[in-house]
Design a protein around this ligand. Sequence first.
Ligand code: GDP
Ligand code: IMO
Ligand code: MG
Length: 431
Amino acid sequence: MGSTCVVGLQWGDEAKGKIVDLLCDDHDVVVRYQGGANAGHTVVHEGVTYKLSLVPTGILRSHVHAVIANGVVIHPPALLKEVAALEAQGVSFQGRLHIGDRAHVILPYHLEEERLTEESSSAADHLGTTRRGIGPCYKDKVGRVHGVRIADLYRPAELREKLKRIVDFKNRLLAAMLPDFEPFDAAAVAEEYLEHAEALRPYICDATAKLHECLDAGKKLMFEGAQGSLLDVDHGSYPYVTSSSSSAVGTAPGSGVPARYIDRWIGVVKAYTTRVGGGPFPTEQDNEVGERIRRVGREYGTVTGRPRRCGWFDAVATGYSARVSGSTEIAVMLLDVLSGIDELNVAVSYERRGETVRTLPASLADLEECRPVYETLPGWKEDVTAARTWDDLPKAARDYVEFLGKKVGVPASIVSVGPDRNQTIRVPKAL
Ligand code: GDP
Ligand code: IMO
Ligand code: MG
């Protein structure tokens, strides 16, 4: 008990990184349990910006241990680059980063496999992924025949043999499908990854055992979700999702820590909605409102730099993901971005072929036919970035936050009014 899970309830980029960083004061270990370098978590502290992708956000706090658990897919060059960049910013990894030896490894052919679908002449094949090799690596993991795990990198003879077999298979497949494909040299790939393995050696461990040791010692863990619940492979807007369990249901399979140890389940939401990549987005505002939100909220992807699609808050989709993720509270982020908009719309149900829909339909075609039914709330003119207490917020802003909590089905406990750690408001318990 005493552990916390922080997940996004929308389509990612809800500012999970800021919340994880904020709550580090009360936690000893931060755990990434799924996803990979497709994540981009930003933390701003005293004007300095830190960008984290594979490394758990907790690494920024010197008392915290950071664990990359078995459910994560790891691209060693990306991880080493990130470690070097953070070290250059003064972050110390000494004895504090732990990488699970059961985690799967992203290899160069995964990136080519992703290029194959993302650049296919059939638009139906494009998902608008981050092109970090995530989907192909998870496919190999679940397919079992071609999966390579971190532990495999420390058995050189077997690794060379294994890669010979896999690379031969992948080369034949990719050469047949990609006209400009340059075949991989299995031996060269093996040598490159053996070198990465040496660089990563100090961090490798049995992550599940490590986490259970921490629990036995009474340490408090924080599970840092990547992506968002609506991108969950089982529960999201399939097939426009990521390849992992990115809702809170992923904590146990990804870490080996049963959910019963977690008693605080924080669902992070933006005060509006964004989405990057393809897929349905009922409340999208491809107009002046959407452009304003993009401009004020600087809504461009951390990983790929792509402009994020922007729209109104969707309490149908978010209510659904709060139920799936078992949220006990929500953190409402980027509230400041809505200042100056006269009226704010919130989708409270959908209408489809004359019928009211109150949850997310499974079929993409059904979801695309859903039209949001909005409730309109008054906006506020004031800049709220300097607000530090609930009472500092204009009444319309407080009413808006309260309304979101009611419609999502769990109360707001935290409100964020700017990227910095101190631009945060704790909502009084009485709400
Ligand atoms: P994550 O992937 O969920 O961690 O979110 P990202 O880091 O990709 O995107 C959130 C962005 O919003 C980052 O650039 C944060 O610095 C920024 N941010 C976080 N909270 C606030 C806030 O309350 N207001 C504003 N304006 N920006 C915020
Ligand atoms: P964080 O942790 C927003 C999206 C991609 C694409 C889909 C599948 O920063 O919130 P993938 O590369 O995972 O196969 O892409 O998922 N996506 C994200 N969108 N934030 C993220 O991470 C994302 N990670 C993946 O844009 O639509
Ligand atoms: Mg992000």
